[in-house]
Design a protein around this ligand. Structure first.
Ligand code: FAD
Length: 461
């Protein structure tokens, strides 16, 4: 083994989490000796599968504040470098056919907390002139909060492609998409300019003497890295890294899938926001298909109602033709696989399922169930998450060790705030009021844990 180099801070993992914490350590706190370690290319594991959507719609005010902070930070980068972020703000259009939406309104009040009266706008009467239409070209002009649209004329005018069955739309306005890969590359460039370094290697073990001793394996063999501080940003493998220093992380990994395809027929308007069907649904099989599915024990579940959440959005800007569809209906956790497509929950029938499911909200997609798109990709990745679906950011329970993880299905939108908060923990910088609740210390707060574990929604999309 090569006797290794000394660094002040070793960050394990170069997905959104590792890159973001290194970015704030180098740029905000002027740390000069930061080493990012990963055997993969940056942003090539979970972070490569992100839909790159963001929204400040979560079921608890702490999560809303956290994502608002992250959005503020993303906006700073977008203003500094608009070509990098490609930030849009068409919002999230959450749709339902139900007549009674009291629980959804209660969820909005719970999430927006004290700011609710300013942020929740109800449009139900015959004239709903106060609705501010979408202007994605200028995200800085978009309003905050949510427009609850119960006026049928307004819904049809604003979202003509939606099924006429849709009775209400909750249009979350501080929401949209960014180019996550570009954001990561931008941060990496700034890390490099500030003296931060990368090492292509896998961390095999971590010893603890006066400092942390990381045994890493790279293309040149095995090496030792000595570090004062370690940051566990290993995504789905964060529990493996924590176990190396004797810490048990409450982390599970849940596999979710996406379909991206070339919408050659222009079925989806390039102006459509991220549009999500909140209603559970039974897929519309033919009688013959029903019989076949009923005979197959692995497939029979497809005849039952499936959780709401099928979603769709145009991808890659107004001049392109691709569309991304997703549906995070899986709730079973898995052992993370090195090859993401090897997960047992990777379902070869997902493209067909998701096309059928999203056509219920946007009937123009039905044509692709009849004639499958000619160019498409089906892929999946893990939501590394806690049971309550809150992140883990902060001290790891061993002096000098920190974690930034459990970023679930919101790690792209949360990366900036998670990175800034983790960097502040490491350097004794300024922490937001809620930082402790996002760290492992929240498990000592019985009242908070009972509240968030019993919440009717965990904010999983
Ligand atoms: C299908 C899907 C859609 C999503 N859509 C969105 C979305 O629209 N918006 C949003 O905000 N988020 C979304 N997410 C979530 C987001 O992608 C994740 O939260 C985020 O990528 C997690 O980043 P990470 O850095 O924690 O993990 P990763 O990107 O997995 O990075 C962890 C890194 O650690 C490395 N590593 C692990 N073990 C070791 C070791 N022993 N030694 C060295 N390196 C190690 C790995 O190689 C990996 O590169 C989505 C996720 C999925 C799967």
């Amino acid at each position: 083994m090569k006797l290794g180099r000394d660094v002040e801070i070793a960050v394990i993992g170069t997905g959104f989490a590792g890159i973001a914490v290194a970015y704030y350590l180098c740029t905000e706190y002027q740390k000069k000796s930061v080493l990012l370690i990963d055997s993969r290319q940056p942003m090539s594991y979970t972070s490569a599968k992100s839909g790159d959507n963001y929204r400040n719609w979560f079921p608890h005010p702490i999560m809303v504040d956290f994502i608002n902070y992250s959005t503020d930070l993303m906006e700073c980068i977008a203003l500094e470098s608009p070509d990098v972020m490609q930030m849009t703000r068409r919002g999230y259009a959450l749709t339902t056919r139900r007549t009674d939406i009291d629980d959804l309104i209660a969820g909005l009040h719970a999430g927006y907390g004290d700011a609710e009266s300013d942020l929740i706008r109800i449009h139900s009467g015959p004239s709903s002139n106060s609705y501010q239409p979408i202007d994605a070209a200028d995200w800085t002009a978009a309003p905050n909060g949510v427009d609850v649209m119960s006026n049928q004329d307004l819904i049809r005018r604003t979202f003509p492609s939606f099924s006429p069955e849709v009775a209400h739309v909750l249009h979350i306005r501080r929401a949209g998409a960014i180019d996550g890969q570009q954001m990561g590359q931008y941060m990496l460039q700034r890390i490099k300019q500030s003296g931060g370094k990368r090492l292509s290697a896998h961390v095999r073990s971590i010893g603890q003497q006066q400092r942390f001793e990381l045994e890493v394996e790279g293309p040149d063999g095995i090496e030792q890295i000595n570090a004062d501080v370690i940051v566990n940003a290993a995504g789905p493998f964060a529990d493996e890294i924590a176990a190396m220093i004797g810490v048990d992380l409450p982390l599970k990994n849940v596999y979710q899938q996406k379909l991206a395809f070339d919408d050659q027929h222009g079925a989806i308007s390039r102006q459509l926001p991220f549009s999500l069907d909140l209603d559970d649904q039974e897929l519309n099989w033919t009688d013959e298909e029903r019989d076949l599915l009923a005979d197959d024990p692995d497939m029979a579940w497809l005849l039952k109602p499936i959780l709401g959440g099928a979603h769709c959005r145009p991808d890659g800007g107004d001049k392109r033709t691709w569309v991304k569809l997703g549906w995070a209906f899986n709730r079973e956790s898995s052992e993370p696989q090195q090859e993401l497509a090897n997960d047992p929950h990777f379902n070869p029938n997902f493209p067909e399922l998701i096309l059928r499911a999203t056509a219920r909200l946007n009937p123009s997609l039905q044509r692709y169930s009849e004639t499958f798109p000619s160019s498409w990709t089906h892929y999946g990745g893990y939501y590394p998450m806690t049971n309550e679906n809150w992140p883990l950011i902060g001290p790891l329970g061993v002096d000098g060790a920190f974690v930034i993880g459990a970023l679930s299905g919101y790690g792209c939108m949360a990366a900036c705030a998670a990175g800034a908060i983790c960097a502040a923990w490491i350097t004794d910088g300024n922490l937001p009021d809620y930082a402790t609740q996002l760290s492992l210390a929240r498990y000592d707060d019985e009242k908070l844990m009972t509240e968030i574990l019993n919440s009717p929604s965990k904010g999983i999309l």
